[in-house]
Write a protein that binds this ligand. Structure first.
Ligand SMILES: [Mn+2]
Length: 328
């Protein structure tokens, strides 16, 4: 089979969201024997995955790591510098960084010339939309099966991640996937969890100077940005969601450390690219980052109140400090 442009790999490390999973499914189609490990950005940045990364490892939808063999990503803050990339290529590494709407799309475009990926054609546009803030308010409120599937994916349920991955990488179509009993129980749970999360968002969100601040810490319930920005409507340009536990740790999916996520309000006109929120995510935590319109970081030792005050002080000066500049 002609795969001239594709590097060899034995292991895939991918983000544990729908994008990372679909990207991993695409790569696993190339090498069905590859082991897939799901992780999240902070684990890579803090070196917690170092022992599992070598020249036979493909890393996708996660921060750059110089010891891997194939790097694929689309997050602006993860992009290796020119010097990093030259050094990486010089020792045989292959870097595919593109500003695609999803990492899965990047992988799909690289692999589809060589292999039939048509079973993913239905899911791909939605993966792009979810990962780039392109979901319409109507689609968000309708809460279709793919949105539910995307929320069901978590490091808390590694067997579910592997299950979805195995089906998608073996050519199973979406309809069949959703009919699988083991999968549909997680998807149904995600549907009912959203109703609970919605109530917690409403009870714990305040809007300060057009920033919706949602305090989900110590709650055991998670929310994505869409749930908060849909609730805030026209009254907010962005949201900040606090998750996790004061006594949590970054490598414990059951009790994660305190973290903050920042999302632009994609439901308002021009809401997506007005401000570079990644400047908030990197202002107190060097391991923070992501996209300009969707990013996150750890809460610092100073604590939530102090961090929030700092982010708000930048946010109130957003016209001067956070305006998006177009690079290139
Ligand atoms: Mn992604």
């Amino acid at each position: 089979m002609e795969r001239a442009g594709l590097p060899n790999f034995k292991r895939i490390i991918a983000d544990s969201d729908l994008d990372g999973l679909c990207a991993a499914a695409v790569l696993k189609t190339v090498n069905p024997n590859a082991e897939v490990i799901f992780a999240h950005a902070a684990l890579i940045r803090l070196g917690a995955m170092d022992s599992q990364i070598d020249e036979t490892t493909a890393i996708v939808d996660l921060p750059f790591h110089e010891n891997c063999g194939w790097y694929l990503d689309h997050h602006q803050t993860n992009r290796p510098t020119k010097t990093q990339e030259e050094k990486f290529s010089a020792k045989g590494g292959v870097c595919h960084w593109e500003a695609t709407p999803s990492a899965a799309r990047l992988a799909y475009d690289l692999v589809s010339p060589y292999l039939d990926l048509s079973h993913l054609d239905e899911i791909m546009p939605i993966v792009d939309d979810i990962d780039s803030g392109g979901i319409s308010k109507e689609d968000f409120l309708a809460d279709g099966k793919i949105l539910q599937l995307s929320r069901s994916l978590s490091l808390k349920h590694p067997e579910h991640l592997q299950n979805v991955l195995d089906l998608l990488s073996s050519g199973v179509r979406l309809k069949e996937l959703l009919q699988d009993k083991n999968i549909s129980k997680h998807v149904d749970k995600a549907k009912s969890d959203r109703i609970l999360a919605q109530r917690i968002v409403e009870e714990n969100t305040t809007i300060v100077d057009r920033l919706a601040i949602c305090r989900m810490e110590e709650k055991g319930v998670r929310s994505n940005g869409y749930l908060v920005t849909a609730w805030a409507g026209e009254n907010a340009d962005a949201c900040c969601i606090i998750h996790g536990y004061a006594d949590g740790t970054i490598d414990n999916p059951e009790r994660p450390a305190l973290s903050a996520s920042f999302y632009a309000n994609s439901f308002i006109e021009n809401g997506q690219d007005r401000y570079d929120l990644s400047r908030l995510a990197t202002s107190l935590d060097p391991t923070g980052g992501g996209h300009a319109n969707a990013c996150g970081c750890r809460v610092s030792k100073a604590g939530i109140e102090s961090d929030l005050q700092h982010w708000l002080s930048l946010w109130t000066k957003r016209e001067a400090l956070l305006k998006t500049e177009y690079i290139e």
